[in-house]
Design a protein around this ligand. Sequence first.
Ligand SMILES: NC(=O)C1=CN([C@@H]2O[C@H](COP(=O)(O)OP(=O)(O)OC[C@H]3O[C@@H](n4cnc5c(N)ncnc54)[C@H](OP(=O)(O)O)[C@@H]3O)[C@@H](O)[C@H]2O)C=CC1
Ligand SMILES: N[C@@H](CC=O)C(=O)O
Length: 353
Amino acid sequence: MTPTPTSHPDDDRSAPVPTPQPTSHTATTDVSAPLRVALLGGGTVGAAVARLLGERAELLAARVGRPLELVGVAVRDTSRVRDGVDPALITDDAVALVDGADLVVEVMGGLEPARSLIERALVRGVPVVTANKQLIAQQGPELHALAAEHGTDLHYEAAVMAAVPVMAVVRESLAGDEIASISGIVNGSTNYVLDLVARKGVPFEDAVRQAGELGYLEADPTEDLEGLDAAAKIVLLARTAWGLPVTLDDVQRQGITHLTDTDFEQAAANGTVIKLVASAWRSSAGGGDRVEVAVRPVALPQDDPLAQAREGANVLIVEARSAGTLRLHGAGAGGDATASAVLGDIVRAARVR
Ligand SMILES: NC(=O)C1=CN([C@@H]2O[C@H](COP(=O)(O)OP(=O)(O)OC[C@H]3O[C@@H](n4cnc5c(N)ncnc54)[C@H](OP(=O)(O)O)[C@@H]3O)[C@@H](O)[C@H]2O)C=CC1
Ligand SMILES: N[C@@H](CC=O)C(=O)O
């Protein structure tokens, strides 16, 4: 029943990106001209972003104060037809696309060439929107520093819980409060799998296949099934909540691949539901001031708020000193749900410009 682990997420997906050089293009400062948007990736998320940029062009122009023009979509396989993406925009020259853009959206995933392309944009002062939680978990502080050095910004609401705007809540809405703990279901595909196995008796591997068909899984499903995806998300939440240098190495992590049919049967017999729970809490154990972070499967009572999450839904519970208990719930994976958060960041970044 255990899916075979594939490669580690630290893959190198293509040749290195050349060091940025001064180019003939400069970021547009004429606010009546369309803002040129480069899209890196035309998969589940990228294709949804491209389609929605077209469908909502008028609304987005009104909200930003100028039109947004999608100038290209960088992919590996330029021959593939992609729903909602104008074939004329497809390119495999991501470097040229970045160099001609006023705003870059990175939804290709992986560490390279995503990181080099983002750096290339940032050193030109071009803002970047990304959904790449692994990259931000591993390189976020360096990329933020680079953005600050060049007077621009890096946005990644979509990286954590897709459509559910948790980063904005933790970073902005609770900026005046003291957060004590954050816990929840932050990975849509594993919740989908656990839910289908528990509620509908679907075999584990069939449920994993269905999660893939829905676009919920990472390019390397091991990231989801071994809890690496959830680990990256809880690291981003913890850093944002407490401003401490939390890393992936700090996460006590266990995925769901070791679970057996007996585990699911026992959980049901005990009136519980198994969920992959990510948590972060402030700890003064040992006299220090640090943050504990964990991702692990937990058997929860049926009436627990986290046990209610169905299919690809995510739930986050934030405990804050003055706000009390906040519960955020919604679609945690999928093309349109993630594109919603990407578009929000595009508007935010474009307005600043
Ligand atoms: N799917 C989801 O529900 C969510 C995804 N995310 C994040 O969004 C990002 C994208 O995810 P998703 O859309 O699902 O991934 P996909 O695998 O569906 O799409 C990735 C896209 O990037 C392109 N790509 C990959 N490597 C390269 C490269 N070296 N050069 C050019 N193009 C490249 C691929 O090209 P080609 O099509 O030719 O292979 C493909 O179009 C990831 O960081 C993921 O973690 C975040 C939240 C939710
Ligand atoms: N693979 C991820 C996609 C969204 O971040 C998940 O399953 O949650």
